[in-house]
Design a protein around this ligand. Structure first.
Ligand code: SF4
Length: 714
C-alpha cells in the first residue's frame, strides 16, 4: 500500500486528499492536513470518494456509429468528420462544450485546438452556468477576473455575510472552517441572506429571508444607507475608485427608506437595518456569494451591487475583507485561466483585449505552423445549442458534462442534439442521458486516474494526481485531443508527452510579453494580473511535487499571492476600481395565474451534479434517496398536496414529478427542487425541463434560480 496526495473533485473548495492505494484499488481517503484549503478536513462527499469510484458502469471502448472500434479507428473518424464539416460549412461550424470537471491541462489543449487551430471561437463550458456573472462583475469593477480573497479571510473577518449561498451543503469544509472560527471568536457575526432557511442558518446571528430576486435592491439600499449615515470611506473612495456618484444615483432611483426597501425585499425593517448597521460598522467584512446571486437574468448587476458596498466602505484588500465569489466546480477557475469561456481567448485575455489575437498567434506559432485565430467571441453555452438548432454549428464535441440535463429548456437542447450531424462525446460513464445523441463516443479517464492541476475558489492551484490506471481502453482527455490534432496536421503544435509539458506551456504563456514592471505602465490591463510565470519550467519531478499555491506566481511573488488589491491599485486602465450603477431587475420568468409559484433549484448536501459518481455510494444516497419538491405547508394546503404525496410541477417547457416534502424553511409562494436527478435515476424529475431560457445579457448565465411553475397532486 502507498499513500499519495491529490485534490477532491466534488466542489470548488478544492480540499487536499490523502489517498491510500493498494494495487489498482483506492482503499481509503483522508483529509490532507497540509493542504491550506482544508487542513485535514473532508466533508461527507469527500470522505466517500473511494466509494464513488469503480470500474462497473465505466466506458471502456471507443464507439463509432454505435459500433465498438479501436482507438485508431475512432480518432480517424473524429479527425475525418471534423475536417469534412469544416470544409463543407466553414471553421465556425464546429464547436466544443467543456466542463469545470476537466483539469487545466485538458482545458488548455482543447482551447488551443479549437480556437487556435480549428479556427472556431465556439468553445464554452458548463462553468457558464455557475460563475459567469461573478466573472463579468469582477471585470467591470476591478478590470480583471480576480477573486481578491483567501479562505483564511473568512476566519479573520468580524462579519461574514452569506448571500445566495448554502455554504453548509455546497461548500461544507469552508462552512466547517467558518463555524470553528466563529466558536473561537465570539465577536464574529454571521448574516445569512437567502430565500430559504438552510442549514447554513445554524450559525447565523441574523437571517434575512429575502424575496427571490431582490438582492440588488437590498445592496443598493445598503449603499444609499451608508451614504445617508456618513458611513462611506471617503479616503478610500477618493484614492482608489471611480463611479460612486453614478452608483449612488442609481441606488436612489428607488425609495431608500428602510421600510420601502424591506417591503421590496419582504424582510423585517428592523432586521434589515441591523444588517446595514453591522456591515457599515465593521471594516473586516467578507461577503460570500454563489449561485443564488449568479444564476439570474441580472446576476452580474447583483454581484456589482455587492462589490459596490465593499468599495464604498474600503472593505477590500485587507485581512478578513472582500467580496468573495465561491465557485461550484473543482476547476471552474482553472478553465477561466486558459480561455475556457467563449468570450475569452487564453490566459485571461478576452477577444476584445487589444493585441490579444496577435500575441496568441506569436506564442502558438511553430516552425511550420501558424495558428488561425478567428475573431470572437463565440457562442456561450445556451446560444451554442440554439446555433446547433439553427444548423449553423454542425459538429459538437462535448467533454465531461451532460447538457441534455443541466441546461435550461433541456428538452429543446435534446432536440438540437438530435439534429446535429456530428456529436462527439468524451465521457467516463457508460450510461448517461447524453450518449444516445453521440455519433462518436470516446472513453475518458476519470478522477484518480488523471494527472494535472485544478484551481479552487481562492485562486489556489493544486495537483490532482493519477493514482490508478484507467479502466479498459479509457484515455486522458488531453491525449485524445492531441491525437486528433496530429491527424489534422497540427501535430507540431501538440507534441505533449505528459501533462507537465502542457502546464509549462500554460505557465509560459501567462508570462509571455507580460512584464509586471510598473515602469512599463502595463498594469492597467486585467489579463496582466494572471501571471504564473514563476511556475514555468517545472520538470516532471518538480511538477509531481508541486504544492498548492495561489496565483499570481511571479519572480516577485514566488510563494504565490494570498490577497489581491492590498495596495488599492486595480487592474483597470487608471488603476482605480469602478463602482457600477445598478438598477434592480425582477426575474425574467414572470409569475402568472397559470404559474403562480417561484421555482428555486439547487444541490443537496451529499450529491454532485448528475450523480454519475456520487449516486454509486449507498451512504450518500441515504441523505436524500429520491428527488423531491419542497413546499411550504400553507402552499401545500392551497394546492391540495400533502407531505410525501406524489405531485407534479409544470411549466410550458416541461414537467417534474416527485414527492412533496413539507418545509417551513421554504417561503410561501416558492418551491425548491434538487438539480441532480436525471432520466437514469428518475424518468420524470429533470429540473432543466422546467426552466425557460433567460440569460444575463452581460454574462450569458442562465436564470436557473427563478423559474415559474404550477403545482398539482398526481
Ligand atoms: Fe470535496 Fe468540497 Fe467536500 Fe472539500 S468541501 S471534501 S472539495 S466536496
Amino acid at each position: 500500500m502507498h499513500q499519495a496526495r491529490t485534490t477532491c473533485p466534488y466542489c470548488g473548495v478544492g480540499c487536499g486528499v490523502m489517498a491510500s492505494v493498494e494495487g489498482d484499488t483506492l482503499t481509503a481517503v483522508a483529509g490532507d492536513s497540509d493542504h491550506p484549503a482544508n487542513y485535514g478536513r473532508l466533508c461527507v462527499k469527500g470522505s466517500a470518494l473511494h466509494e464513488t469510484l469503480g470500474r462497473q458502469g465505466r466506458l471502456t471502448r471507443p464507439r463509432v456509429d454505435g459500433v465498438e472500434v479501436d482507438w485508431d479507428t475512432a480518432l480517424d473518424a473524429v479527425a475525418t468528420r471534423l475536417a469534412r464539416t469544416r470544409q463543407a460549412h466553414g471553421d465556425a461550424s464546429v464547436a466544443a462544450y467543456l466542463s469545470g470537471q476537466l483539469l487545466t491541462e485538458d482545458y488548455y489543449v482543447a482551447n488551443k485546438l479549437f480556437k487556435g487551430f480549428l479556427g472556431t471561437p465556439h468553445l464554452d463550458t458548463n462553468s457558464r452556468l455557475c460563475m459567469a456573472s461573478a466573472v463579468a462583475a469582477y471585470k467591470r469593477s476591478f478590470g480583471a477576473d480576480a477573486v481578491p480573497c483567501s479562505y483564511e479571510d473568512l476566519e479573520e473577518a468580524e462579519l461574514v455575510v452569506l448571500v445566495g449561498s448554502n455554504l453548509a451543503w455546497n461548500h461544507p469544509v469552508l462552512y466547517q472552517r467558518l463555524r470553528t472560527a466563529k466558536q473561537r471568536n465570539p465577536l464574529m457575526r454571521v448574516v445569512v441572506i437567502d430565500p430559504r432557511v438552510t442549514d447554513s442558518c445554524e450559525i447565523a446571528d441574523l437571517y434575512l429571508g429575502v424575496r427571490p430576486g431582490s438582492d440588488a435592491r437590498l445592496f443598493n439600499g445598503l449603499l444609499a444607507w451608508m451614504a445617508a449615515k456618513g458611513r462611506l470611506d471617503r479616503v478610500y473612495l477618493d484614492g482608489h475608485t471611480q463611479g460612486l456618484d453614478e452608483a449612488l444615483a442609481a441606488a436612489r432611483e428607488d425609495d431608500t427608506h428602510i421600510e420601502a426597501i424591506a417591503a421590496a425585499c419582504d424582510v423585517d425593517p428592523e432586521r434589515l437595518e441591523t444588517f446595514y448597521y453591522w456591515f457599515a460598522s465593521q471594516l473586516h467584512v467578507v461577503t460570500l456569494y454563489s449561485q443564488g446571486i449568479n444564476q439570474s437574468s441580472s446576476g452580474t448587476d447583483k454581484c456589482n451591487a455587492i462589490i459596490n458596498c465593499h468599495l464604498a466602505g474600503g472593505k477590500i484588500g485587507l485581512p478578513g475583507a472582500g467580496p468573495f465569489s465561491i465557485t461550484g466546480q473543482p476547476n471552474a477557475m482553472g478553465g477561466r485561466e486558459v480561455g475556457g469561456l467563449a468570450n475569452q481567448l487564453a490566459a485571461h485575455m478576452d477577444y476584445h483585449t487589444p493585441g490579444a489575437i496577435d500575441r496568441m498567434t506569436r506564442f502558438w506559432t511553430t516552425d511550420s505552423l501558424t495558428p488561425r485565430l478567428p475573431p470572437g467571441p463565440g457562442h456561450t453555452a445556451v446560444d451554442l445549442f440554439e446555433a446547433i438548432e439553427r444548423g449553423e454549428v454542425r459538429a459538437l464535441w462535448v467533454m465531461a458534462t451532460n447538457p441534455a440535463v443541466s441546461l435550461p429548456d433541456a428538452n429543446r437542447v435534446r432536440a438540437a442534439l438530435a439534429k446535429c450531424p456530428l456529436v462527439i462525446v468524451s465521457e467516463c460513464v457508460a450510461d448517461t442521458d447524453l450518449l444516445p445523441y453521440a455519433d462518436i463516443v470516446l472513453p475518458a479517464s476519470s478522477w484518480s486516474e488523471k494527472d494535472g492541476t485544478v484551481t479552487n475558489s481562492e485562486r489556489r492551484i493544486s495537483r490532482q494526481r493519477g493514482l490508478l490506471p484507467p479502466p479498459g481502453e479509457a484515455r486522458h482527455d488531453w491525449w485524445i485531443m492531441t491525437q486528433v490534432a496530429r491527424r489534422l496536421g497540427y501535430g507540431e503544435a501538440f507534441e505533449y508527452a505528459e501533462p507537465c509539458e502542457i502546464f509549462d506551456e500554460h505557465a509560459r504563456l501567462s508570462g509571455f510579453e507580460n512584464s509586471l514592471d510598473p515602469s512599463l505602465d502595463n498594469r492597467g490591463e486585467g489579463f496582466r494580473l494572471f501571471n504564473i510565470a514563476g511556475l514555468a519550467g517545472l520538470d516532471r519531478t518538480a511538477y509531481d511535487a508541486l504544492t498548492p499555491i495561489q496565483w499570481p506566481v511571479t519572480a516577485q511573488t514566488p510563494g504565490g499571492t494570498a490577497r489581491l488589491f492590498g495596495d488599492g491599485h486595480f487592474a483597470t486602465a487608471d488603476g482605480r476600481a469602478r463602482l457600477v450603477a445598478v438598477r434592480p431587475q425582477e426575474p425574467a420568468q414572470a409569475l402568472s395565474e397559470a404559474r403562480p409559484l417561484r421555482l428555486n433549484t439547487g444541490r443537496v448536501r451529499d450529491q454532485w451534479h448528475t450523480m454519475t459518481r456520487t449516486g454509486r455510494a449507498p451512504r450518500l444516497m441515504n441523505h436524500r434517496a429520491e428527488p423531491f419538491i419542497e413546499v411550504h405547508p400553507d402552499d401545500a394546503v392551497a394546492f391540495n398536496v400533502g407531505d410525501q404525496q406524489l405531485a407534479r410541477l409544470t411549466s410550458p417547457n416541461g414537467e417534474y414529478r416527485a414527492r412533496v416534502r413539507l418545509s417551513t424553511g421554504q417561503r410561501r409562494g416558492e418551491v425548491f427542487v434538487p438539480m441532480h436527478w436525471t432520466d437514469r435515476f428518475s424518468g420524470q424529475a429533470r429540473m432543466g425541463s422546467l426552466l425557460e431560457v433567460h440569460l444575463d445579457p452581460l454574462s450569458g448565465q442562465p436564470e436557473s434560480k427563478h423559474g415559474a411553475v404550477s403545482l398539482a397532486a398526481l
